[in-house]
Design a protein around this ligand. Structure first.
Ligand code: ADP
Length: 416
């Protein structure tokens, strides 16, 4: 039950207030509605709302008065009092009550600036968020103790919502800032990778010329060195391409060409490119009966390439198998291996990007740690999902889904 000083219907006011704060307003509209609500609740002729911004207080809304520049430095005594006491104060109290003598001068300065009769603090966690200052009441009625009690109750309600709104606004601004940083990061990675790719293509080209012995014959030692240059440069090129794709994907700029196609020939065409260890067999359990999927064939190729490269890399001896099953409107693909497996506590982190289970300088397996993160994003771009089941020493099964019906590709949601 509400405490009801004579003359005010708190239940009705609480209902109206909840109704008001449930609506969506821009910050300025919200301030205006709040100010009007307080004025109408007690019957004031005018009012203003001042809010803290950085280290100063600024007039945000005025009703019944012209807006003006608030000179806070003349009123610091009163501001400190309101900050400490969390309750409304009237001009009359300053004039008549000796209790307020220490803040009388700064308080009266304040009320002169606002031509106000009462000021109500808005506060949260010991901080003064702002002030609602009201002019005289209509018909020159006094601000009675009951009216001040109501104002204090309203102050507490408004403070809570104001604090929520300020937090929401701060989060919105931070999110915008983060998006800007993300876009910038994608732009830098993309530009840098492009810049690095050009000289690298030169290195690969000249190494090829050397390997073909166009400039003269090479001895065995030199041939071995050229092969090392070629392998290293190819690896670097692959990493750069993956980085560019990731940056383009995050920025929503990866061009896509969706079509319907069979997976079996795509995977078969990849089998020669998978660097399997000599004691590992590749088994493809896909054929023309496997339903055709919708997607960008080059991107789907990349997904298989990343998962199969990993399966081969982390399976020193055993089997890598690719199979698929229709699940509703999606095709569920499984890339399974009998390799080293992944510890349970690492299973979610491997999709984070730039993460390796056995990271560090002394790590056994090479790789930048972006293949899974990129694959996950590419799959999600097609409306699918990527997940893993694994046990250390027993192998891993990477599952992903691809659509059997035409898809709408949603770039921005992914970047979010
Ligand atoms: P990387 O370039 O390091 O292979 P990925 O993003 O492809 O990066 O994989 C991230 C990490 O996940 C790898 O470093 C590895 O520890 C683990 N991982 C991925 N695939 C497998 C797999 N088939 N078996 C075991 N571990 C795997």
């Amino acid at each position: 039950m509400f405490f009801k000083p004579k003359g005010y219907d708190y239940e009705e006011l609480a209902k109206k207030f909840s109704h008001l704060v449930a609506k969506y307003f821009s910050p300025d509209e919200f301030y205006l509605h709040i100010l009007r609500f307080v004025m109408e609740s007690v019957g004031s002729e005018g009012g203003s709302l001042v809010l803290k911004e950085k280290e100063t207080y600024t007039v945000k809304q005025c009703l019944g008065w012209e807006s003006f520049a608030f000179r806070m430095e003349e009123c610091l005594g009163l501001i400190h009092w309101l900050k400490k006491n969390h309750c409304a104060i009237t001009r009359q109290q300053l004039l008549e009550d000796p209790h307020f003598a220490p803040i009388k001068t700064t308080g009266l300065n304040f009320f002169i600036q606002f031509q106000g009769e009462v000021s109500l603090p808005l506060y949260a966690h010991g901080e003064l968020l702002g002030l609602v200052t009201l002019a005289a009441k209509k018909g020159s009625k006094p601000y009675t103790p009951a009216c001040l009690t109501l104002l204090n109750w309203l102050g507490a309600q408004i403070s809570m919502h104001l604090q929520n709104n300020l937090l929401k606004e701060a989060i919105r601004l931070q999110t915008l800032e983060l998006e800007g940083v993300k876009d910038l990061k994608s732009q830098i990675v993309s530009n840098l990778s492009h810049e690095l790719r050009t000289p690298l293509t030169g290195v690969i080209g000249f190494a090829e010329l050397l390997a073909e012995e166009i400039d003269g014959p090479l001895n065995n030692e030199q041939k071995r060195h050229v092969t090392q240059i070629q392998n290293g440069a190819e690896r670097l090129l692959k990493i750069l391409s993956a980085l560019v794709d990731l940056a383009q994907l995050e920025a929503g700029n990866l061009p896509l060409h969706v079509q319907q196609f069979h997976l079996a020939p795509l995977v078969a065409s990849l089998s020669d490119e998978i660097p399997l260890n000599s004691e590992t067999a590749l088994k493809i359990v896909l054929d023309h009966a496997t339903p055709r999927i919708y997607g960008d064939i080059n991107l789907v190729r990349q997904i298989f390439k990343h998962l199969l490269d990993n399966a081969a890399k982390y399976t020193p001896k055993g089997e890598v198998q690719i199979s698929a099953d229709k699940k509703g409107e999606m095709l569920e693909v499984c890339v399974a291996d009998t390799g080293i497996g992944i510890a349970e506590d690492k299973l979610t982190r491997i999709f984070d990007g730039f993460y390796q289970v056995n990271g560090g300088l002394t790590r056994e397996f090479q790789g930048p740690g972006i293949g899974l993160s990129l694959s996950k994003k590419l799959i999600e771009l097609h409306g699918g999902r990527l997940w893993v089941k694994s046990m250390p020493g027993r192998g891993s099964r990477f599952f992903f889904t691809l659509p059997l019906k035409p898809v709408v590709i949603k770039h921005r949601e992914l970047a979010a």
